[in-house]
Design a protein around this ligand. Structure first.
Ligand code: NAP
Length: 309
């Protein structure tokens, strides 16, 4: 238990969190960030970021996160690589429990982002980490000269498929319909890659395995329910993400999927608690928009703290 009451505690450490940290540190609020065990968020799992202004040659996701962190720390952001377990926002100062330790803060900025959704097909649980993954950047190199599947029709699926061609002999992208959410440029890059085959109207019904791990899948055509078998030794699920908000225990208003609903600018349903980045964003979900929102949340928190005096 500590008696110290911080001005602002930032929970989460993607581009939103680090930008909020940078701005609140420069506003001399002496912010404290709980970055999580896996600090840096989803961009730590991204190979190349080509659409963040200011990097004409692109930049690796982890490299950018290290730079954002260093930049914020240079102005005084204090970072602890720990996970927040629970919060109590029912009275001020707000209470935040981290590995059993209690922290107090006048304001909080939530930037916990989102995590991968799994397909939930039959046999998936058993093959997680034995061939089925949600991160090509992390696991792609295990599949040298092997045939792999990518599930999904968005930018993530196209990015993962293109990245996997560095290792795999063949990458088959399976999508449940023939309309793709992926941006044109990323779709075409994948579609034009000779190692990639894109197959619309294919869902995974169940996963097949043998003694050495994943061996294939039973696919279904959602139009008529017909099935076929495909062999593969690796599969990458890229069907989107869900927001990380369960630690809030329902104390902040969210939509039905768990995304935090902003009330006034970046302020949530609890006065003094702000949110930014993918934990709020169901529309844009880009590194640059998350960083922009982190900046907004820090400015909103600073103004709100001033108004409390
Ligand atoms: P997304 O755009 O929401 O696409 C998810 C895909 O998965 C869709 O094709 C969806 O199919 C499919 N899907 C969802 N649930 C499924 C299920 N249960 N079974 C089978 N398929 C399912 O998600 P994302 O690709 O992760 O992209 C998220 C955001 O990040 C986007 O805004 C994207 O632009 C951004 N992003 C950007 C980059 C980049 O610019 N470098 C890279 C990655 C992601 P339906 O279309 O049929 O619903």
């Amino acid at each position: 238990m500590t008696d110290e009451v911080r001005n602002v505690i930032i929970i989460g450490s993607g581009p939103a969190g680090y930008t909020a940290g940078l701005y609140s540190a420069r506003a001399l609020l002496e912010p404290l960030m709980f970055a999580g065990y896996m600090s840096g968020g989803q961009l730590m799992l991204t190979s190349d970021i080509e659409n963040f202004p200011g990097y004409p040659e692109g930049i690796g996701g982890p490299e950018m996160m290290i730079q954002l962190r260093e930049q914020a720390e240079r102005f005084g952001l204090e970072v602890q690589d720990k996970n927040v377990e629970k919060v109590d926002f029912s009275e001020k100062p707000f209470k935040i429990w981290v590995e059993g330790e209690l922290f107090l803060s006048k304001s909080v900025i939530i930037c916990t982002g989102a995590e991968s959704i799994w397909l939930g097909a039959e046999g998936e649980e058993e093959q997680k980490g034995r061939g089925i993954s949600t991160c090509a950047t992390c696991d792609g190199a295990f599949f040298r000269e092997q045939e792999v599947l990518v599930i999904g029709g968005g930018d993530s699926a196209m990015e993962e498929a293109t990245f996997l061609t560095r290792f795999a002999s063949k990458v088959t992208v399976l999508h449940r319909r023939d309309v793709f959410r992926a941006s044109k440029v990323m779709y075409e890059r994948a579609a034009n890659n000779p190692k990639i085959e894109i197959r619309p109207f294919r869902s995974v019904k169940s996963w097949l395995s043998d003694d050495s791990g994943l061996s294939g899948a039973i696919l279904e055509d959602p139009r008529d329910g017909s099935t076929e078998e495909i062999s593969c030794t690796g599969a990458f699920i890229a069907i989107g993400h869900k927001p990380i908000t369960t630690f809030l225990g329902g104390q902040i208003e969210t939509d039905n999927s768990g995304y935090i609903l902003p009330k006034t600018h970046t302020m949530t349903s609890v006065s003094g608690v702000f949110a930014a980045g993918d934990v709020v964003d169901t529309r844009y979900r880009q590194a640059i928009t998350a960083a922009g929102m982190g900046c907004q949340a820090a400015i909103d928190a600073e103004k709100w703290l001033e108004e409390q005096h």
